[in-house]
Design a protein around this ligand. Structure first.
Ligand SMILES: Nc1ncnc2c1ncn2[C@@H]1O[C@H](COP(=O)(O)OP(=O)(O)O)[C@@H](O)[C@H]1O
Ligand SMILES: [Mg+2]
Length: 425
């Protein structure tokens, strides 16, 4: 669905307001969007956690999440490194030499930091001085000799190559250079009383996790993707422990997924999530947007793994519209033709096949409607029911307006430095 077609108001928000269990939302907007429309309602059923490293909502830092918690083993460290790569480069260039080498280096450094109980900010210091032997020593201490040897090999290699790899890695991890951003994912100072967000506990709670970030390279979107990934994986593990499925299910709304929640193996994750009571909802502006993140094969896998697909207005991709039209299928049309000759009139009836929904009709889908393709049922054309047209719209609308005003207020008080000068008269 194109921008402003009702993805957030017609899909994300209604789903969050009806969710019986924990909810995770990724977003690149705070004011007048899903965050403001649902935070109050969700606070009534559980704790609301807001991870807002770039201060989209100017949310006070009242939580922290240990980004290295799952980086103690090679697979976990590699996944985390992958989030930093994917947030910075498109799928088409994520496999080139520099990206791969930088990802390997980040993997090794994350492993070293995690295994010695150091914060991720130490990785930045190591990236700044490749000659520092500390990470190699730490990897040996942790018994990860092969990884240590590989890192040592990179460090001792040709200087131009090494510097190229390290510079690439520094770019990928650059969002952590901002101490205000890093503070959300590193242990707080002893004097700070800040709650730790724990994905395992979240899975069986009725809490809400808002993951907010700006778009683009250098943004905190790698952190958002890493947190969403960690929550969904922890939920799967928790569900396996509890006998197969989460009760109630965890709803993971990946709004603006191609901008702020690029989880590289999301297509593979999909197959694990559904059967464990984790419901992922990936919201994209177009099919092509997904292709840029996951590649043709990956997007095809994501498409196939989604048991419910909704296509809304603003599809201006001719190939995709034609593919959808073919999926919806054909129907028989009866045509009657009358011909006149010397012997009189004759009528003939013929059948011909026509598209139920031609490609141009899909491209002209009006705002507020959507084509539904779901496993096991016939395609359907739906009217979306945006939250602001539902019976409780007044209540949620008032809450959203209040929360939006609070964001503006916090932004203003920051720029005016009111904290230093006391409240305004
Ligand atoms: N509270 C509201 N009242 C009336 N219209 C709204 C409200 N919130 C959003 N809209 C309208 O709904 C449309 C879709 O918005 P939104 O769901 O945020 O789009 P998307 O997420 O697809 O970019 C927009 O044109 C917007 O003007
Ligand atoms: Mg939206």
């Amino acid at each position: 669905m194109a921008p402003r077609s009702g993805k957030t108001s017609g899909l994300a928000i209604p789903a969050i307001l009806r969710a019986p269990g924990p909810v995770l939302l990724t977003s690149n907007k705070a004011a007048n969007d899903a965050f403001t429309a649902t935070a109050d309602a969700r606070a009534e059923v559980g704790t609301v956690w807001t991870l807002d490293p770039q201060q989209i909502a100017h949310a006070p830092r009242e939580m922290w999440w240990d980004i290295l918690a799952d980086a103690h083993d090679l697979a976990g460290a590699r996944r985390l490194a992958g989030h930093f790569v994917t947030a910075s480069v498109d799928e088409s260039s994520s496999g080139d030499f520099w990206s791969t080498a930088a990802a390997n280096t980040l993997t090794a450094l994350f492993l070293a930091a995690a295994n010695d109980g150091r914060p991720i900010t130490d990785v930045l210091a190591w990236l700044a001085s490749p000659a520092d032997r500390t990470p190699v020593d730490l990897l040996h201490d942790a018994g990860l000799d092969a990884v240590a040897a590989q890192l040592q090999g990179t460090v001792a290699g040709a200087v131009e190559t090494r510097d190229g790899i390290y510079e690439t890695a520094r770019q990928y991890a650059s969002c952590l250079l901002d101490p205000e951003i890093a503070a959300w994912v590193t242990p707080p100072h002893r004097s700070e009383r800040i709650a730790q967000f724990r994905p395992e506990a979240f899975a069986t709670s009725r809490d809400t996790l808002f993951l907010l970030s700006k778009d683009g390279g250098g943004s905190a979107s790698a952190i958002i993707a890493a947190a969403a990934d960690a929550v969904m994986r922890a939920a799967v593990i928790q569900a396996e422990r509890d006998g197969g499925r989460l009760d109630a299910p965890l709803l993971a709304i990946l709004d603006e997924a191609a901008n702020v929640c690029k989880i590289q193996d999301l297509p593979d994750l999909y197959s694990h999530l559904g059967s464990r009571g984790v419901i992922p909802v990936t919201i994209l502006q177009s099919y092509r947007q997904g292709v840029r993140v996951w590649g043709e094969a990956g997007m095809d896998a994501l498409w196939s793994a989604s048991t419910v697909k909704l296509i809304g207005s603003g599809i201006d991709d001719a190939d995709f519209a034609d593919k959808l039209s073919r999926l919806v299928g054909d129907h028989d049309v009866r045509t009657v033709s009358v011909s006149t000759s010397e012997s009189g009139k004759s009528t003939s009836v013929s059948m011909r096949q026509e598209r139920v929904l031609p490609a141009d009709a899909i491209r002209a889908l009006p705002k507020g409607s959507a084509l539904l393709l779901a496993t096991g049922i016939r395609p359907a054309l739906l009217d979306l029911k945006p939250w602001y047209k539902e019976p409780d719209a007044a209540r949620h609308g008032a809450a959203s307006a209040k929360a939006t005003a609070a964001i503006t207020e916090r932004a203003l008080s920051k720029t005016l430095g009111r904290d230093h000068f006391g409240p305004a008269a």
